[in-house]
Each structure stands twice: as structure tokens, then as C-alpha cells.
Design a protein around this ligand. Structure first.
Ligand code: AMP
Ligand code: ZN
Length: 136
């Protein structure tokens, strides 16, 4: 992808700080970290979002994420993390090349991810069934 910033990083056209690399993934330090130790896991194969991601990379991703998160836990001496993956502009995606954020969490770091809402149990049951039937 010509104008994809992460493809450029993967091709070493743009510098980055690599923390992990294998045949399928590169993990780098985020240029504007939410907290100290914020890492991005980037599949080498360009896909825009979770819908484009190959099943093979989807399967392998969390093993890599687990290894990196465990290393961060050990060297930063933190045990709280968020693993976040944004799909689409409304969801906060700014780089249209699939990536997983690994974000160490510190007390008083002031990151808020969402606000919980009240739920209607009857709607919930119908919705659960709808989702169940839609999964292929
Ligand atoms: P998202 O908003 O989920 O698309 O996340 C994109 C992330 O990429 C943001 O956290 C950015 O700070 C990060 N980012 C953008 N450009 C670079 C870069 N050149 N090197 C490292 N991280 C980057
Ligand atoms: Zn790309």
C-alpha cells in the first residue's frame, strides 16, 4: 500500500523503534504513547481492519500479543494492561492498517475507555440470540 504509514514502517522507509519481529508481525513503540510502554503489534500483510485480517494472522496475533505483554509486565513491573484494537474512524482508528495496541496501565493515568450504561434485560436476551444466530 503506497500511502500506508505502517507499510512504510514495515519497509523501513520510516523509522520506528522495533521491540519484536517475526515473519508475520512487527511490534513497535507508539510514537505518541498513551502511557509508558505503549506498543503496537502490526501484521506485515496489509489489511485495513479486523474484517480484512486473514484468519491465519488473526489466530497468530494473540500469541504474539501475550509474549510482548508478558515482557512489558516483567520489565515495567506493571500488571495492568489494556489490549485495544480500533476499527473505523468513529471507533478511533487513525491508521488504516490493522494494529493491536498494548497499553500498560498505571494508577492515576487518567485513561478512560468507556462509560457503562443501564441495560434493558428483555432487549439484551433478544440481542444475544440475534448475535448467536449471526455468527458463522
Ligand atoms: P489508531 O488510532 O488505533 O489507528 O492508532 C494509531 C496509532 O499509531 C496511534 O496511537 C499513533 O500514535 C500511532 N502512530 C502513528 N504514526 C506512527 C509512527 N510513525 N510510529 C509509531 N506510531 C505511530
Ligand atoms: Zn499498510
Amino acid at each position: 500500500m503506497n500511502d500506508c504509514i505502517f507499510c512504510k514502517i514495515l519497509n523501513n522507509e520510516i523509522p520506528s523503534f522495533t521491540v519484536y519481529e517475526d515473519e508475520n508481525f512487527k511490534a513497535i513503540l507508539d510514537i505518541a504513547p498513551a502511557t509508558k510502554g505503549h506498543v503496537l503489534v502490526i501484521p506485515k500483510e496489509h489489511s485495513e481492519n479486523i474484517f480484512d485480517l486473514s484468519n491465519d494472522k488473526a489466530e497468530k496475533l494473540f500469541l504474539v500479543a501475550k509474549k510482548i505483554t508478558t515482557a512489558l509486565k516483567n520489565i515495567l513491573n506493571v500488571s495492568n494492561f489494556n489490549l485495544i484494537q480500533n476499527n473505523g474512524r468513529i471507533a478511533g482508528q487513525t491508521v488504516n492498517h490493522f494494529h493491536l495496541h498494548i497499553i500498560p496501565r498505571y494508577s492515576l493515568d487518567e485513561i478512560s475507555l468507556w462509560v457503562p450504561h443501564e441495560n434493558d434485560p428483555s432487549v439484551t436476551e433478544n440481542f444475544a440470540n440475534e448475535v448467536k444466530n449471526a455468527i458463522k
